[in-house]
Design a protein around this ligand. Sequence first.
Ligand code: CU
Length: 149
Amino acid sequence: MFRPALLAAAVLLALAPAADAHRITTKTLQIDHPWAGDMTDAKPPFDLAVLMVIRNTGKSVDVLTGASSPHAQRIELRHVSSGPHKEVEIKPGARVELSTKNVYLRVIGFNKVVDAYDYFPVTLNFKRAGAVKIEVQVEDVVLELPNLN
Ligand SMILES: [Cu+2]
């Protein structure tokens, strides 16, 4: 028997813990759910976008200046319309979302075969917090990658 209410509850249960559990915290930063779209069909090397929410829980401004991964040629901060982006400032108490509608991390020359729900390592570089290691989750959704500009 098909029971929509139960199905909806199951979907919520499946989504909520992943989003809650997947958090990286440092003394001054809280990074929630860094993720990338499914690229099961892409042949390495390829580009992908990494998205996340960063909160500054400290008392000073911090600045995301770049990132790297052992599985990528390089990672760039990019603005969806204006291209290469130097840095992302995060004021104390502020919450900044990296997304393909604004500024995102463009992973260039990714060379690992990954399936949905796999993780891969990325190091974020901040002016104050320094190098912060995160694990990016591959989501089971297709994420349209912005054209390079
Ligand atoms: Cu996550």
